[in-house]
Design a protein around this ligand. Sequence first.
Ligand code: ATP
Ligand code: MG
Length: 458
Amino acid sequence: MTRDDPEGRRLAPTYAPELRVVPAREITTALLDQDALRVVSRLQRQGYQAYLVGGCVRDLLLGRRPKDFDVATAAHPRQAKRLFANGRIIGRRFKLVHVAYGQHIVETATFRRAPSESKELGEDLLITEDNEFGTAAEDAVRRDFTINALFLDPTRREILDYVDGLADLERGCLRTIGDPYVRLAEDPVRILRAIKFATRLGFRIDETTWDAMCDLSEDLSRSAKPRVLEEILRLMRSGTALGAFRMLRACGALEVILPEVDRFLGRRDDPDPSAHDRADQFWRLLEALDAFVHAGQVPTTAVCISVLFLRVIEFEADPATRTLSAPMPEDLYEVTGEVLEPFALSARLPRRDCANARRLIAVQRRFTQVASKRFRPAVFLRSEEFPEALDLFRLRSMAWGQGWDVYEAWVQRYRAAEEAGETRVEAPEGERRPRRRRRRRGGSGRGEADGGAPAAPE
Ligand code: ATP
Ligand code: MG
């Protein structure tokens, strides 16, 4: 907490909710999820207050298709579960009910309130416990941003607005509920969430909220590392990574969550034009990543991490720009380890993703390498990392505006190999990919039949 309060007033509750109920005319019925409506309707028929809540209401009001539909209700988990044969209680500390319709799950949460003990100014506000049931009004004000705290009663087709969220939604403004200095100190990950929503929705950030983001960005170092990493990855997959990372840098959060990248980008007021060029190369990669996402692709974790660190690693691998004091390792793979291993450790990046990212970067030169006894393009084509390595090569080609012909040629070759059943079976990210034995062709007795083929495919 950084603000003074001469009267020593207690900070919680920070917000006195006042309810506005407004007809939900703008909502397109086709965007509503029938399963979520079933859940709300059954709860209401049994006499419990129940609404759609959070991101889905925000998105429906903006005419966007919600990612998922969450239900909030006055029914306690066991009461809710009793109403649904297909319901299951999950969670240990804070229990939720998952109502399953086939593969589709409607998350149903009991109204919650912010932790009850009020804190004095100057006390540590970081929330460590968040598991008390509450009323609809309490549930609204414990949420992060006003636009995320609207309730929709689909039966009455009404919006319940306890936090002036409708006005902010109309004017395209992202604002914390209550005092931003308190709300961001409670959970600094909200700084990253603010950037995510502002860039995704094209909203401006309310001035006081932005000031608090800048003043409290250092607190991000206290947040749970996996949550921070998850938000970084979400920003990278958002299709607005460029804007998001510019904002991260502007408010000082980048320096806290990705210090190596921030250092690489240099001081903003550095008069040296080469510093500007370095930064520009990084921004161009993010721009390429956004184009990749807009083309319908979802970059894997290893590709995202590679994009973040590719330039840092290339600079550390160049004797002219190296900053690390250790002697220069023999090959690029070792340099990837020098940069990525400490990051993985501090950011709790799973070992497997770290190892994948290292490989993706180290094999980039293979795309333009001439075939030889030691490098056989068809072996590379069948390697586990090939599809992701190719994605990274594509991003590099987009960013630097060169190498497209090489990229296209590899794509053609990969397709041909796929049709011939010669590529690896791709497993969704997160699943362990079994190491497949390389297939021998036509009993030639060699691992590969293509020694001597040109590296850049014809
Ligand atoms: P998305 O479309 O990305 O899923 P969302 O608004 O649904 O956006 P979630 O992370 O799914 O975001 O969270 C659902 C809701 O839970 C939010 O809309 C918000 O009301 C509340 N919420 C989530 N994270 C926090 C947080 N850190 N602090 C307070 N409220 C939160
Ligand atoms: Mg959501």
